[in-house]
Design a protein around this ligand. Structure first.
Ligand SMILES: Cc1cc2nc3c(=O)[nH]c(=O)nc-3n(C[C@H](O)[C@H](O)[C@H](O)COP(=O)(O)OP(=O)(O)OC[C@H]3O[C@@H](n4cnc5c(N)ncnc54)[C@H](O)[C@@H]3O)c2cc1C
Length: 430
């Protein structure tokens, strides 16, 4: 098996890791990230439960493969968002796509509003040729902008710096108003010292001519207008911010390299398909099959939940089958080269599944936090939530029996997930 080490879990690193894992089965991929977040400079940071973008990112590409890739990670919305309904805005909807009001893993279409605050006034960015712009400029500046643009058309400068690149396209006046200090602030260098190819990458085909052409075509309602990237009015945006795309990609990468066994799902699958188990249950509790030949769980429940002895017999039969199947699944993951397999099971510590684990981790949380979470998740009363919390075994039961303890008192799932990832990495490396 070949090994690929990817440095940095930003968009480039995570995309590379995902592509390597999906294109070949012979590559073991490890991504190294020095910070505690995925997404690099397009991350979304979780601060006290609020998701904050490090920079509003427009997801817009003319390359079909890129759009398809995004769609795979975050499918386009299939229903309107609450704000669009409220503001009566119609947005393109993808048939069968997720409803953003019900699901989080979804990409939205957003209208673009970009403004430059200059000289105590707001200007559209990119500059739009409308009355308000000229009113903001005032008569003198409008004349200076017009004449300096004409001068730039007649006298082209050698394109040997970003400064000259911008002046040729917009004229000196507009350049000094909107590009010079902005560029210096953003990139820490004067445009005179930056290579012109940077301008071509940043502004693509945008120029006064492109702006004029776009205005005229819009007025004429021209269909299939060819839109320059900087002039787009709509773009895609992940529901939970740009960093969500990279959190999802990271979890997909993890999914491709690791495994999680949900024992509840294993048990249900066995009840549906495992004929040896089905026959044993039939013998022990009478005919239990449904029309499809699977065990009817309601029928089984009705028999065992009234009789503690029968419940014990069922537990013994079920555990035996689940342990055997889980053991086989762990071996399958191991053979595929998975470094980590998590077993999610009820009463794991008391069951023979404990012996399959190299280590055990108790995840606990303060009782008040647990009660508040159950109430928020299930909309139940405070007294009922507390009765459920009190019915659980005390924390010491788990902390004294597990090798590691994680306290989940973080404000959000994402923050806790970040901590877990870090701890698991440490455990696996140490
Ligand atoms: C304000 C702002 C707005 C933007 N708007 C847009 C936009 O609208 N549309 C768009 O397409 N792009 C936009 N971008 C650009 C986009 O964010 C970047 O192109 C993209 O993040 C680059 O991805 P990357 O993986 O190459 O690098 P980065 O995002 O820089 O990620 C590099 C990662 O590597 C890690 N790393 C570095 N060195 C090491 C090391 N030695 N060991 C381990 N880890 C390491 C870093 O911690 C980081 O997580 C914007 C950027 C900014 C700042």
């Amino acid at each position: 098996m070949k090994k690929a080490l990817v440095i940095g879990a930003g968009p480039a690193g995570l995309t590379a890791a995902y592509e390597l894992l999906t294109k070949s089965k012979d590559i073991e991929v490890t991504v190294f990230e020095e910070s505690d977040c995925f997404g690099g400079i397009s991350k979304t940071v979780n601060y006290k439960g609020n998701r904050m973008d490090m920079g509003g990112h427009r997801f817009f590409s003319k390359i079909p493969e890129v759009n398809e890739w995004w769609d795979k990670m975050l499918p386009m919305q299939g229903a309107p968002t609450y704000d669009d309904i409220l503001l009566n805005r119609s947005m393109p909807l993808s048939k069968g796509g997720p409803d953003p009001e019900k699901e989080d893993r979804v990409m939205l279409t957003r209208h673009r509003v970009s403004r430059i605050y200059f000289d105590s006034k707001f200007y559209d960015y990119p500059i739009s040729l409308k009355l308000e712009t000229f009113k903001n400029f005032g008569f003198v500046t409008t004349m200076q902008v017009g004449f300096s643009y004409l001068a730039a058309l007649i006298h082209k400068r050698p394109v040997n710096s970003l400064e000259n690149f911008y002046i040729n396209r917009f004229g000196r006046k507009l350049y000094s108003m909107f590009f010079e200090y902005y560029t210096e602030n953003l990139w820490g260098r004067h445009p005179r010292e930056i290579d012109p190819s940077w301008g071509a990458q940043r502004t693509k085909g945008m120029s006064i001519m492109a702006i004029l052409k776009d205005v005229i075509e819009k007025k004429l309602n021209k269909k299939n207008r060819k839109v320059e990237t900087s002039l787009i009015e709509e773009f895609k945006y992940p529901k939970l911010g740009p960093g969500q795309l990279w959190d999802v990609t990271a979890s997909e990468v993890e999914k491709l390299g690791g495994g999680v066994i949900d024992c509840d799902a294993v048990y249900h699958e066995l009840l549906e398909r495992d004929t040896a188990l089905q026959n044993r249950l039939d013998q022990a509790f009478g005919p239990l099959r449904d029309e499809a030949g699977a065990i009817d769980r309601k029928k089984l429940g009705a028999v065992v939940f009234r009789d503690p002895e029968k419940l014990e017999t069922l537990n013994a039969i079920a555990w035996e089958a689940v342990v055997a199947r889980t053991g086989a699944l762990v071996e399958e993951y191991r053979a595929q080269g998975s470094a980590l397999v998590a077993i999610d099971a009820i009463a794991l510590l008391e069951s023979p599944l404990r012996d399959l684990c190299d280590t055990t981790i108790a995840v606990i949380a303060p009782p008040e936090t647990r009660a508040a979470r159950i109430m928020a998740r299930e909309g139940i009363s405070e007294s009922y939530a507390w009765s459920r919390v009190r019915a659980q075994k005390p924390d010491e039961y788990f902390t004294s029996r597990c090798e590691y303890v994680f306290v989940n008192d973080w404000a959000s799932r994402e923050e806790f997930a970040d901590q877990i990832r870090k701890k698991l990495k440490e455990l696996m490396e140490g």
